[in-house]
Design a protein around this ligand. Structure first.
Ligand code: SF4
Ligand code: SF4
Length: 317
């Protein structure tokens, strides 16, 4: 295994809430090898599907609701509970464990009933990823970027997990491809950046309740977000080309990516959406009118003061 030691800060990650003492203190790369296999024959089969916190990303929710053929609001109500993301004030959801056995609602003795659509966090286990791009890196054009060097991997080795006693050897790259993690990373990346950006700002920067509610709605219920786009004054305010408009009307994944762009603009003021020229003009007129009003009211105040002075002078004479 590779090689560099993990610092305490670097042990933070997104996904399952982990006990730091179970994290092996080595930084791994894509080429590092691990000996591990999980299959229904292991003694501990499904032992890792209980007593855990599994935070859901927007793409996780999208895939699970499709799989269960259930509207997001019903899914959220039935299978999730609210949480805060990455120790920030950003609201999200996690899977609600069954009351009777503290296990995931989708686990049975035969295994995961939603396996091919299981959440990102389940796919990562037991290989965690740390990504230290927290919204702070920008290239020469001001675009955010994350270099590969900012990412590394680590192993979570829990006492009950017998997969490490199996003989199969993989590189991290092979393991991730097998688990479908790469696709999930691509789908989650922009959303995770929003969360990490919030985290890097700390509590000094305040976020309005309205902004938090919008983040929650867009991150958990795309049907509501779509209604917001098409049934509010949104399209009258922002300049969205026809092709994009059509895509987000019909394609959930396109809508999800669009929601990340919108949230970056709303939460962090990213200059990614163009406001319509007539709206800008109307806003400027409003500001000018306000300026005119304040100038007129200053003049009025001055005139009143002058009249008052002159009156006092006349009275003294
Ligand atoms: S979704 Fe599936 S893999 Fe993930 S914890 Fe639940 S049962 Fe286990
Ligand atoms: S505890 Fe480890 S080996 Fe056992 S089911 Fe979970 S991942 Fe597989």
């Amino acid at each position: 295994m590779n090689e560099k030691k993990l610092s305490d800060k670097e042990k933070s990650l997104f996904g399952k809430e982990l006990n730091p003492s179970n994290i092996l203190p080595q930084k791994l790369t894509m080429g590092s090898k691990i000996k591990f296999r999980c299959h229904p024959g292991v003694r501990c089969f499904t032992a890792c599907c209980g007593g855990i916190k599994i935070v859901l990303t927007p793409y996780d929710i999208l895939e699970l609701t499709k799989r269960l053929d259930m509207p997001a609001h019903e899914f959220l109500h039935k299978f999730t509970e609210p949480t805060y993301l990455e120790k920030t004030d950003m609201p999200g959801v996690q899977l609600k464990l069954r009351q009777e056995d503290n296990k995931c609602p989708f686990v049975t003795p035969e295994g995961c009933t939603v396996y091919s659509d299981r959440p990102t966090a389940c796919r990562y286990y037991p290989v965690g990823m740390a990504d230290f791009h927290e919204g702070g890196t920008r290239d020469a054009d001001g675009n955010e970027s994350a270099s590969e060097e900012e990412k590394f991997f680590f192993i979570v080795k829990e006492e009950h997990c017998k997969g490490f006693e199996e003989d199969k050897v993989w590189t991290i790259e092979e393991w991730r491809a097998d688990q479908g993690v790469d696709v999930r990373d691509e789908m989650n990346m922009e959303w995770l950046r929003l969360v990490m950006r919030r985290k890097s700002f700390g509590h000094q920067a305040s976020l309005s309740d309205q902004a938090k509610r919008m983040f929650f709605m867009a991150s958990t219920d795309l049907a509501s977000f779509r209604r917001f786009i098409f049934e509010s004054s949104f399209l009258d305010t922002y300049e969205i080309d026809e092709e994009t408009t059509e895509k987000i009307r019909t394609d959930d994944v396109e809508l999800m990516h669009f929601s990340f762009v919108y949230l970056a603009a709303t939460l962090f003021g990213a200059q990614v959406l163009k406001i319509r020229e007539e709206k800008v003009q109307a806003k400027m007129k409003e500001m000018e009118a306000r300026q005119d009003e304040s100038v007129l009211s200053s003049i009025k105040e001055y005139e009143e003061l002058k009249t008052e002075r002159e009156k006092q002078k006349t009275e003294k004479k």
